[in-house]
Design a protein around this ligand. Structure first.
Ligand code: AMP
Length: 229
């Protein structure tokens, strides 16, 4: 890459919009590494709350396992907490947030309060049916978070992370075919309307996320570089 980092430029805030399996997490990790932006995944924050057994986590657990959306109230409280930490001032890649109109409006207000804005919203366009296969076979390294897939991206040595050598592989409780279908329904009913919301704001781009990971990566990099000006 050309060496653009967020240390010498203004913060850039991005949203990755797309159904489960579109590659939001994978691409957010790439952007985090390349541009020094902070990946902010409400799914990760909620899973951490469930694991820690907090009140929010207890309320969210069954909803997440059913593939439905956690209440705006809980998600916004968790997001605001995270946004209050200093590192996000470098700019964020929102992955899995916002998912409802109310969340999008609350985010606009939060950004305005902080004197910032959403620079770019990237919609990852995919075919639903392919998402069921993509999500149902995926797993991650429990230590470094590297993502793998039973068919599309296996580890070089069975059960061992290529990146850090850990043997702690994890599969999400909601990454099964049945729950993925509920998550896709929730996406179309509650989240896809945000595409038009951001189109009206003039900050939406769409990319073909059925393409190979590297091609999607290149498209995204182009958008981020333009946002960086
Ligand atoms: P994800 O890791 O983004 O696929 O999210 C996993 C699950 O967490 C979703 O299926 C929802 O149950 C919940 N979740 C994550 N982010 C949100 C959000 N912004 N609003 C509501 N529920 C969410």
């Amino acid at each position: 890459m050309g060496g653009a980092t967020m240390t010498d430029t203004r913060p850039v805030n991005l949203i990755l919009l797309g159904p489960p399996g579109a590659g939001k997490g994978t691409q957010a990790r790439m952007l985090e590494e390349k541009f020094g932006l902070i990946q902010l995944s409400t799914g990760d924050l909620l899973r951490a709350a469930v694991a820690a057994g907090t009140e929010a986590g207890k309320a969210a657990k069954a909803v997440m396992e059913a593939g439905q959306l956690v209440s705006d109230e809980i998600v916004l409280a968790i997001l605001k907490d995270r946004m209050g930490e200093g590192d996000v001032a470098k700019g964020v890649i929102l992955d899995g947030f916002p998912r409802t109109q109310a969340q999008a409006e609350a985010l606009d207000a939060l950004m305005a309060e902080a004197g910032q804005q959403i620079d770019s919203v990237i919609s990852l366009a995919v075919d639903d049916e392919a998402m069921v296969t993509r999500v149902a076979g995926r797993f991650t390294c429990g230590d470094c978070g590297e993502g793998y897939h039973d068919s599309f991206k296996q580890t070089a040595k069975a059960g061992v992370c290529d990146k850090c050598g850990s043997t702690e592989m994890k599969r999400r409780a909601d990454d099964n075919a049945e729950t993925v279908r509920s998550r896709l329904e929730a996406y179309h009913a509650q989240t896809a309307p945000l595409i038009a919301y951001y189109e009206r704001q003039g900050c939406l781009s769409e990319i073909d996320a059925m393409a190979a990971i590297k091609a999607v990566e290149a498209d995204l990099e182009g958008i981020v570089r333009r946002a960086l000006g």
